[in-house]
Design a protein around this ligand. Structure first.
Ligand SMILES: [Zn+2]
Length: 408
């Protein structure tokens, strides 16, 4: 078995599910188990102890492999936690060697079938790792960690290869949106990095949504329905009116690629008062601002048409990292594309219909596109990854580091 696959199996054996419930940092203590393991492994590679740092308070690992010449530093980041949406405990990986392109029986009632997941067909002849149908696999994002660790081990043992500083960080709680909360940019020290947290091999994303959320509180006027004539203002009907003013063509289920949307995530209440929540997404900053303005005017209109009182709380969540990359920092993307070509990987550049840790970091000053880690069907029991993808992505990371020297 190759080094990257071996490492991957070791990391998925550690349960690191994060949790939305606890409110602590990290959200679950068990993430420290993987942090400790990675800390020990980095030290045992022969990286001097002063260049490996374990933030015991917040559960982050930082590491620097010092460069051999005067080249700019490049960073790589992966997250240690797995999604709370499926169990990450006691994962029993299954190997499917020389995959024949057919159905893979995970368990008596779960089948990983190319009919449901057509991407499977591109892995004919490869070795896949799947779950036993009871847990997630943890390729998101332990494949990224295994690839970064194997790349690190390559450069430590090939000291003759010229390179700049390689900065590495492993973070907790990405899956609950808190991965960069305590990220120490100063300690990380690179000015740009790649999060190795994407899906299929070749994936490269430097655009994500601009994101906001709005909570709308509607106060109606509730009176006995028998005496309601010209008196009652039913908050639920006002909520309905607000939602009906948003076109069906601007919803998550009717949009794709670069199209933004309004997504009603919550509606509750009664005739006296009701609360609605939307998330608002658009890659384009102008259209994003327009959407925010529009929902506020819809609320104002509904208030004046019905006489209800409508309060709202509109908040930005994160922004599209593209603005930080195009045009001045496009070399970060181009360097990755060139490295993919040298590693024999076909680049698949696509916008992320969501956000990433990298998006938040980009606005904190660390520019951070997202690249493939190799897996599919994240956050559930159908998750799988190809061993060959992990090996090639390791080569890709090595080529990115070498690319810094080539470009300098
Ligand atoms: Zn991830």
């Amino acid at each position: 078995m190759s080094e990257v696959v071996n490492r991957f199996l070791k990391y998925i054996a550690v349960d690191t599910s994060s949790s939305e419930e606890t409110g602590t940092h990290p959200s679950t203590v068990k993430q420290h188990e993987l942090a400790k393991l990675l800390y020990r492994e980095l030290c045992s590679l022969g990286i001097p102890e002063e260049d490996v740092f374990y933030d015991v308070e917040h559960c982050y690992i930082y590491c620097r492999i010092r460069g051999s010449g005067d080249y700019p530093a490049v960073g790589f980041i992966s997250h240690m936690d797995t999604s709370p949406e499926a169990s990450g405990a006691d994962i029993k990986p299954r190997f499917v060697e020389n995959y024949d392109g057919g159905d893979i029986i995970l368990s008596p009632d779960r089948v990983l079938s190319p009919e449901d997941f057509p991407e499977l067909s591109m892995y004919r002849g490869q070795t896949l790792i799947t779950t036993d149908g009871t847990t997630l696999l943890g390729a998101d994002d332990k494949a990224g960690i295994a690839e970064i660790m194997t790349m690190a081990s390559y450069f430590v043992s090939h000291s003759e290869t010229e390179h700049g500083d390689i900065c590495i960080a492993f973070t907790p709680d990405e899956e609950i949106g808190e991965g960069v909360e305590f990220f120490d940019l100063k300690r990380f020290s690179a000015v740009y990095a790649y999060t190795v947290d994407g899906g299929v091999i070749g994936e490269l994303s430097y655009e994500n949504f601009n994101a906001a959320s709005i909570e709308i509180r509607i106060t109606g006027r509730n009176v006995h329905p028998g005496e309601a004539y010209n008196k009652m203002i039913n908050a639920l009907r006002v909520a309905e009116m607000i939602d009906s003013k948003i076109p069906d063509s601007e919803r998550p289920d009717t949009t794709r690629d670069h199209e933004g949307f309004f997504h009603l995530t919550m509606l509750q209440g009664g005739p006296a008062c009701a609360t609605m929540k939307y998330i608002i997404r658009d890659h384009d900053r102008t259209l994003f601002e327009e959407k925010k303005d529009r929902i506020v005017s819809i609320c104002n209109e509904a208030a004046s048409e019905t006489g209800a009182r409508i309060d709202h709380n509109l908040r930005d969540s994160y922004y599209n990292m593209r603005e930080m990359i195009v045009p001045d920092n496009m070399f970060i993307v181009n360097r990755c594309v060139a490295a993919m070509e040298r590693a024999g990987i076909n680049p698949l550049i696509k916008p992320i219909r969501g956000g990433t840790d990298g998006a938040m970091l980009s606005y904190k000053g660390l520019i951070c596109p997202n690249i493939c880690a190799g897996g599919h069907n994240f956050h559930g029991v159908y998750e799988y990854i190809s061993c060959q993808s992990m090996e090639k992505i390791t080569d890709l990371l090595i080529e990115i580091v070498k690319g810094v020297v080539l470009d300098t």
